[in-house]
Each structure stands twice: as structure tokens, then as C-alpha cells.
Design a protein around this ligand. Structure first.
Ligand code: DGP
Length: 114
């Protein structure tokens, strides 16, 4: 756990979050600033600051994040589809330096993103 990391605090239960998923490696919860009718975040319990910090040892964990998102999507009103996004570093708009997979849906999403 990284001391000042807001997402580590959510994993530890020190900051409340509306959780939608949890297993031994991953937590999923609703984004506090939703950009779509459904906006969820899936994070590893391990503190990994950016996608650039991933190693071979994290391959299964990244798969788990995607599967957690897929499994949760099936329980949301997302029959029209949804988008999964990792923002990496400032140009992509990364604000929280603990990797997180965004799941966005519930409306028609524009492409390319702004
Ligand atoms: P990004 O820009 O990719 O780093 O996205 C960070 C997201 O995290 C952003 O959509 C807002 C969300 N967020 C930030 N702080 C909190 C929090 O304390 N609780 C929850 N639920 N979401 C948060």
C-alpha cells in the first residue's frame, strides 16, 4: 500500500466507495465523477502507479482486471455495449497514479476520444 494513494485507501476501506466487485486481487467501484451513466473503475489491490510499471509478473492480474470488468458489465444496463480504458500519464489525462481500468457505458460514446 502506498501511503498517500487514494485508491490504496479505498482498497483498505479507509475511504468509502460504492463497490461493485471484489476478489483477492481486484476491486471495482463506481467513479465519483461519472462521465457516463455507468462509469466503473477496476483496480488491482497491489499499488502499481502506471501502465508503464507493469511487468511479465502482472500479466494474469491485467487479465483479471478485464474479466472483472466483463463480469460486472453483465450485471449493469449495458446491453448496447461499453468501453474499457486505461489512461497512462498526463497526456492521456491520468489523475490517480494507481492503475485503474475505466468501464464506461449507458450512452453512445464518441470516437476518437477528446
Ligand atoms: P484518471 O483520469 O484515468 O486518473 O481517472 C481517475 C478517476 O478516478 C476519475 O474519473 C475520478 C475518479 N476518482 C478520483 N478520486 C476518487 C475517489 O475518491 N473515489 C472514487 N470513487 N472515484 C475517484
Amino acid at each position: 500500500m502506498a501511503e498517500e494513494c487514494i485508491f490504496c485507501k479505498i482498497v483498505a476501506g479507509e475511504i468509502p466507495a460504492e463497490k461493485v466487485y471484489e476478489d483477492e486481487q481486484v476491486v471495482g467501484f463506481r467513479d465519483i465523477k461519472p462521465a457516463a451513466p455507468t462509469h466503473l473503475l477496476f483496480i488491482p489491490k497491489e499499488h502499481i502507479p502506471t501502465i508503464n510499471d507493469l511487468t511479465d509478473a502482472h500479466e494474469a492480474l491485467v487479465g483479471r482486471l478485464v474479466r472483472a470488468a466483463q463480469q460486472t458489465a453483465a450485471r449493469e444496463p449495458l446491453s448496447g455495449g461499453y468501453r474499457l480504458v486505461f489512461n497512462c500519464l498526463g497526456d492521456a489525462g491520468q489523475e490517480v497514479y494507481h492503475i485503474h481500468l475505466h468501464l464506461l457505458g449507458g450512452r453512445r460514446l464518441g470516437w476518437p476520444p477528446g
